[in-house]
Design a binder for this molecule. Structure first.
Ligand code: ATP
Ligand code: MG
Length: 230
């Protein structure tokens, strides 16, 4: 029930497409992320970074190869379980309609203290404290109350509460300023210190302190090394 415990991800020669009628968006990709590693992924727009993230969540059709997490082929894991055990911070997250508490803990598993702790780690405590209803404040449909950076921080808080071993951070594009970018990186580093963290970044500077960097180009891995060797 605790799978995955290590957060080791082995991507074995996968090719991925959105639909059998469409061209593959990833071709023959093999990568091994060891448990607890920090991995940076970069590449130009359209190179397949988000599609690689989608393949970990089985959102796309992996028609060749396989992905093992802690040695288990993810195609054998029920989708709901898979999507609960890995956490993703999407490029443009949509918050659920409902309260802040519901957004952070949809299954109602955590105490208020735990939720406040997550908000503190995600640097959102101040913002929520200032709301009249605090944890019971309603997030309006698609979270328009909050900036993109804040919505990503909410997702980080949710992932922290889930205690996921694996976090995938798909950085928002150019709309994120350097300061917010740095804040998001710092929050992730604190909240997921010993976890496997995969960061999809638009600036190489963001991922220079990763253990491994992967560069994608046109659906293929073109660089795969430590940042020092690149
Ligand atoms: P960006 O830096 O802009 O986020 P990316 O590296 O994340 O780019 P992807 O979103 O993975 O790139 O796109 C890779 C390819 O897959 C592109 O050719 C894109 O048009 C295609 N693609 C992405 N999403 C879909 C989809 N839902 N259906 C069909 N094709 C898609
Ligand atoms: Mg993308």
């Amino acid at each position: 029930p605790d799978w995955p415990t290590d957060g080791d991800i082995k991507i074995e020669n996968i090719s991925v497409r959105y639909d059998p009628s469409l061209e593959p968006v990833l071709r023959d990709v093999s990568i091994h992320f060891k448990g607890g590693q920090r991995v940076g992924i970069c590449g130009r727009t359209g190179s397949g970074k988000s599609s690689l993230a989608a393949s970990l969540f089985q959102i796309v059709d992996t028609f060749k190869g396989r992905i093992l997490i802690d040695g288990v082929d993810i195609s054998h894991i029920p989708l709901l379980t898979l999507r609960k055990r890995l956490s993703i911070i999407p490029q443009d997250p949509v918050l659920f309609q409902g309260t802040i508490r519901f957004n952070l803990d949809p299954e109602n598993l955590r105490s208020d203290d735990e939720i406040w702790e997550a908000l503190e780690i995600a640097q959102l405590k101040q913002v929520v404290t200032e709301l009249d209803m605090q944890l019971d404040a309603d997030i309006s449909e698609d979270g328009v109350n909050f900036s993109l950076g804040q919505r990503q921080l909410f997702c980080i808080a949710r992932a922290f509460l889930r205690k996921s071993r694996i976090l995938l951070m798909d950085e928002a594009t150019a709309s994120i300023d350097l300061k917010t970018d740095k804040l998001l990186q710092d929050v992730v580093a604190t909240a997921f210190a010993d976890r496997t963290v995969i960061t999809i970044a638009h600036r190489i500077s963001t991922i220079l302190d990763s253990d491994t960097v992967v560069v994608l180009s046109d659906g293929r891995v073109v660089e795969y090394d430590t940042p020092e060797n690149l």
